[in-house]
Design a protein around this ligand. Structure first.
Ligand SMILES: [Zn+2]
Length: 704
């Protein structure tokens, strides 16, 4: 165990006899029982208080800001001669810990409240809280006091030192280390940058491209598309909106007419081009300029500094190595698709175009790897799947989940569970489940932290609380809720984020589990997706709900894997094309950015890494990630490659994906330490070896 948990370890040891404190099976334990148990282990299991009226939401946001400002004022007003770690960085972090609960509660209400008035007020307060939190970066009085203490070079333990370093890095990145005039200039440029980024997004959202086709031209398209609202026009033709992703995808996958596919793709690749080419050009120049003023060689170095990759060059090398590693699979996949085209068109030397890829991929999947995903639903009734996943996570991470009666829920049907360490009985945290859709609720699947864990000023550990929000199919009168295989994968992924929150044991809010770098945060959850592709795992819970003796046949799972692998090389190279065009724009020096021909740069990179875009197009103008996730797109594959690397440790262990020893190591070395040390170290401690790209290459189907 590392330093971060050393502080807490004695506490955990003291807990050994406490499991017996809970009343025996006769009566289901209540939240109060667990709270009493937590108190005995020097921790607090406290649920956030949820406002129940719009006025209470407003009061929560305003009181939080008022109280936090008062506490920050106190920190800033200290006698510079009497500063201590606790009175400076410790106190500053503690404000972050309790104010973050107001942020998460308001954010949760905005996404989940039954009443629209509640959601509207929460959205309004979200904006207020966000802008207040941004303003904290520019509190010079606070900065000066923190810097004064940091400059004394105090002797600190590694976790405290990391808190100091991260806090000071944040100020430096905001420009506070610059002389006043230069800082003002950076602030001004950042405002311009924000406005330009908004403009870029607005231009994307506003782009419209209707294309009308006759029924004959749309041969191959599903009837459900032709019958969709707004598609059939009064003149009998059918309108395809090239800017609506599912329209363009349905054409790409199904339209038999190659000219139609090409026309829709070319139109899509020119969306927002006129407006956004100049905006992106300015963005690239401005970002390079800001990075230069803050002391970085380029914008990628600035952006990547806080991530696991650390520098633009490291991210770039990772992507280029993957381009090379994937080449054999990528080339083979394209050749398979080209042969399908040659057969269909009767031209032996047919060339594959970008607008052919989705079409022949769809054909390949239908003809060669047909898996009826709808039929698989019978194996995944909701409750059975949830309990199956719980059993797996409890086993591998050494935990126990118990449902308790929640004192308050934001909507009917929301459930509350307490998490305990299964060996000691010590409560670790609590999570809510809000699993089915309703009007006005967040419409994807995600983990919403409700409370971050951390040590409170009185020394007790404030236990974390999370909420899992999902939208599974609602049960009907004659059938339970039946999940798709993809839903089960999502459930395993999202619950991984819940685990990350529950198991983090950092002392400081700033270094807790979910604050790990953005190019890492998805990796453990992506790793857990692998569980639902493994027969041994699936057999522990997946069974036909009408006849529990029926498990998923091995051949079906093999077909699922083969179908996934069939185009994984192409898909990854496509991701690399976006990642690399993003990095190519953002590794330019300030001088080079002025002279760069960004259209040429983007199109050359795309052609080299993926496939040539249609002539005279500029698809980067319509890639929304370039404003907001700029110099960050590489992170998707970075995390994915690492997730497969991590999963390979489980699959190679005696217990496979159910191995408790490996699970425990993940809990201790990755989840538990959160961001209290370099994530790269945590990952290697878990792997027991340096990171490797090889498991990922095998995952996409490249044999060693
Ligand atoms: Zn995720």
């Amino acid at each position: 165990m590392q330093t971060s948990t050393r502080l807490l370890r004695p506490v955990i040891c003291l807990l050994l006899p406490l499991a017996s404190v809970l009343p025996a099976a006769a009566k289901a334990p209540s939240l109060a029982d667990f709270q009493a148990l937590a108190a005995k282990s020097n921790s607090a299991l406290t649920l956030p208080v949820y406002p129940v009226t719009p006025a209470e939401i407003k009061a929560l946001a305003e009181d939080t800001i008022k109280k936090a400002n008062a506490e920050l004022d106190k920190i800033a007003a200290q006698d510079p001669a009497k500063l201590t770690f606790a009175s400076t960085f410790g106190a500053n972090d503690a404000v972050g810990l309790w104010t973050s609960t107001a942020f998460t509660v308001v954010g949760t209400i905005a996404e989940s409240a039954v009443s629209k008035d509640m959601r509207d007020m929460a959205n309004e307060m979200n904006v207020v809280l966000d802008s207040w939190s941004v303003s904290l970066d520019y509190r010079e009085d606070l900065y000066r006091v923190l810097k004064a203490f940091a400059d004394t070079k105090p002797a600190l333990d590694p976790e405290q030192q990391r808190l100091v370093d991260h806090t000071m890095r944040g100020y430096r990145r905001a420009g506070l280390a610059l002389p006043a005039a230069e800082r003002k200039e950076v602030e001004r440029l950042r405002k311009d940058l924000g406005a330009l980024e908004t403009q870029f997004a607005v231009n994307i959202n506003g782009a419209r491209a209707p294309l009308d086709f006759t029924a004959a031209e749309l041969a191959g398209m599903p009837q459900s598309f032709l019958d969709s609202p707004g598609v059939k026009q009064p003149d009998g033709r059918y309108r395809v909106m090239a800017n609506i992703t599912w329209h363009a995808q349905t054409i790409g996958e199904n339209a038999d007419n190659a000219d139609v596919r090409r026309k829709v793709l070319t139109t899509r690749y020119n969306l927002a081009r006129d407006k956004n080419t100049p905006v992106l050009t300015k963005l690239v120049v401005l970002r390079a300029d800001i990075a230069h003023r803050l002391g970085y060689a380029n914008w990628a170095d600035y952006r990547v500094e806080t991530r696991m990759a650390k520098t633009g060059a490291t991210a770039l090398k990772f992507e280029e190595d993957l381009v090379t590693g994937l080449q054999p699979k990528f080339a083979a996949e394209l050749e398979t698709l080209r042969q399908l085209k040659a057969t269909q068109t009767g031209k032996l030397d047919a060339q594959l175009e970008l607008s052919d890829v989705a079409y022949y991929t769809n054909k390949l999947k239908k003809e060669k790897y047909a898996v009826d995903t709808e039929a698989l639903r019978v194996y995944f009734p909701y409750q059975q799947t949830l309990e199956g996943m719980f059993a797996i996570y409890q086993k591998i991470f050494g935990l126990k989940f118990t449902a308790v009666e929640p004192p308050y829920v934001w909507a009917p049907g929301v459930q509350l569970y307490v998490v305990q360490d299964s060996a000691t009985g010590a409560p670790m945290g609590a999570f809510y489940l809000d699993m089915f859709p309703r009007d006005g609720k967040f419409n994807h699947f995600a983990c919403f932290p409700q409370k971050i864990g951390g040590v409170m000023p009185d020394g007790r550990y404030d236990l974390p609380v999370a909420a899992l929000m999902c939208n599974f199919p609602v049960p009907s009168a004659d059938k339970p809720s039946l999940l798709k295989h993809a839903d089960v994968e999502t459930l395993f992924h999202e619950f991984g984020h819940v685990m990350h929150g529950m198991l983090s044991r950092s002392r400081y809010y700033t270094l807790s589990g979910s604050t790990v770098p953005r190019d890492f945060v998805e990796a453990p959850s992506q790793m857990l997706e692998n569980w639902v592709w493994d027969k041994a795992v699936l057999d522990t819970f997946a069974a036909d709900y009408r006849d529990h003796t029926k498990k998923i046949p091995a051949a079906t799972i093999d077909s699922l894997v083969a179908a996934r692998q069939a185009t994984e090389g192409y898909f990854s190279r496509r991701q690399l094309a976006i990642g690399l065009l993003d990095l190519s724009l953002h590794t330019l020096s300030a001088d080079a950015a002025w002279q760069a021909d960004i259209v040429q740069l983007v199109n050359d990179t795309t052609t080299r890494v993926s496939m040539a875009p249609p002539a005279d197009t500029f698809w980067a103008a319509y890639i929304g990630h370039l404003a907001g996730y700029d110099a960050g797109y590489y992170g998707y594959l970075w995390a994915k490659v690492m997730s497969v690397d991590m999963a390979s440790v489980f699959s190679a262990s005696p217990g496979g994906f159910l191995d408790e020893k490996v699970g425990r190591r993940l809990r201790d070395e990755v989840y538990g330490v959160g961001n209290t040390r370099e994530v790269a170290d945590s990952v290697e401690k878990f792997l027991g070896r340096p990171r490797s790209m090889q498991p990922f290459l095998e995952y996409v189907g490249i044999k060693k």
